[in-house]
Ligand binder design. Sequence first.
Ligand SMILES: [Zn+2]
Length: 463
Amino acid sequence: MDLTFLGASGEVTGSCYLLRTDRARVLIDCGMFQGSATADLKNRRPLGVDPASLDAVVLSHAHIDHSGRLPLLTKSGFRVKIFCTPPTIALTELLLKDAAHLQSEEADRMNRRRQRRGGPTATPLFDEQDVPPLIKRLTGVPYAKDVEIAPGVRLTFHDAGHILGSASLTLTVSERGRTQTVVFSGDLGERNTVLLNDPEKLPRADVVVLESTYGDRDHRDLNETVAQFKQIIVNSAHSRGKVLVPAFALGRTQTLIYYLAQMHREGSLGNAPVYIDSPMAIAATRLYHSHSNLFDDAARELLRTGNNPLTLPQLRLSTSAEESRAINALSGNAIIIAGSGMCTGGRILHHLRHNLWKPETTVIIAGFQAEGSLGRRLVNREKVVKIYGEPILVRAKIETLGGFSAHAGQTTLVDWFASLAASKPRVFLTHGEQAPRQALAAALDARFGARPELPMLGDHFDL
Ligand SMILES: [Zn+2]
């Protein structure tokens, strides 16, 4: 058996690993590289394996950095099954359609510029027509069910607690009379994340591929973050301004709605309308509703007692562009959750343009903001920002919350590994930049003598 690292090796995007035996070839995730100057180039490079030679693909969860190169497989003659959990099927369709749409827009924008200047035509990596043939290949396997996915390779999914349907996976691989257990952590969630279970711990492994996104630190305390969020909402009711919350459609939006619904039950929310101003976030929230059997105990207990954890009386779902624009005409206190999460596009931009200059406005930054994004400029307290090319004065209160994260911090990563440590597995750290994964390697070595390996893109290991 051997393992080749085809992405997320020394970086956080592009997850893709190839496991080969003398009888089978299985690809684990096929994610898009994102964010860096070389990302587009890496996405367009040949994958490193002939898609027609694969026996199966396993998808750990729907995020684009794990699923975004899958349409390239189906475009190049791939005809076998892609195994994932049932919620991941619908979420992948939602996210890939959105990614296709964004790429087409980006290509059009670049081509308008290139027409004026001269230059080669830009093409999207894939378009919306490439998504349905891929979705047909997705095959749902519930958590804890053991299935044979290729000759001599069995798969079991475990709840990773990162987003709805996210999974760690165990592959039981038999080759020439020898059986080995290979565990991929997938992206692991933080403990005590609302709605989701804590990441499931696994009993043993011969090989572990572990994510290391936040391998060098812990997040700020969740309880303090929640208290801070609630206080900001209460204060905004006094100042009678709008509260703008840029948020990712999947995961963060549902977390915020959960806490607003909790405030409503506690009697601290008041009557301000709460808008989800994003068709994608509305669709993602519906998918959470339809898979509520996977919620954690606390959320299922709420449901059992007639309290839906993802709704509240003043919740307004704004689907069309007209509905979104109509929010601008409203005066007084209102809470508006809209994309994109880093204010790099989407409906949050027109809300910011209309409200940033008003001192009664509050902007809540509840997620990571990349260098250069409008969200980061707001966090950095820039006095004037440009939106649609127009300079806008920032008089709004900018509040930054550090404790909501979809990823496990270092302590949770180390604790997750603890149950596997006794079986003395070979450990590879991926899905983290160099500094965080070195820090996690040092922590795992200090506590368990684990000596993790830090593969780079294209590295290949006999197991
Ligand atoms: Zn993820």
